[in-house]
Design a protein around this ligand. Sequence first.
Ligand SMILES: Cc1cc2nc3c(=O)[nH]c(=O)nc-3n(C[C@H](O)[C@H](O)[C@H](O)COP(=O)(O)O)c2cc1C
Length: 161
Amino acid sequence: LTASPVSVIGHIATNVAVITTGNDRDSHGVTANVWAEGAAGNLALVTLRREGGTLGQVVRNRTFAASVLGVQQERIAVQFATRGSSEKRFAGVDYDVIGGCPVLTPCHAWLRCTVVDVCPFGAYDIVTGTIDECGVGDLVAPLLFHGGRFGVFGSGGGHDG
Ligand SMILES: Cc1cc2nc3c(=O)[nH]c(=O)nc-3n(C[C@H](O)[C@H](O)[C@H](O)COP(=O)(O)O)c2cc1C
């Protein structure tokens, strides 16, 4: 009845988002999870690898966006999870710059935050922000991640209902 933490972590299904900061000339982004709460402060948090390239840019700009991906966007999830230049990550990806952050178009939903706190979390830093702007995108079904694979919520197959 016991298992390794790595195995258990792989059983936790998550959303898939692209966390971004910057503008047309200096954009940064990485595939990551996003968590948010609207009960007492409209806060969002992301965990960004301390050794990675995106964390420092988010902290420097004091703002980040999370574009939550839809089922049609697995390619984008892989592109932003692949080590390499910003040019390669953003190649062929459409976005609008909102409040100093690229927001992917289309997407499932998005948030744009001002950084309020950064604290250590193992190999990551937890970056907390207040939600300044947010919206729901055109892609109705969310992309999920579980057991090292991308998937769909329920039997939706990319469609609601
Ligand atoms: C579904 C999925 C979720 C991920 N979640 C995170 C995350 O929450 N934080 C993170 O730093 N990396 C996460 N990654 C890994 C990064 O996308 C990947 O390591 C990337 O190359 C790091 O780039 P960086 O150098 O900009 O940090 C995730 C990857 C995938 C496919």
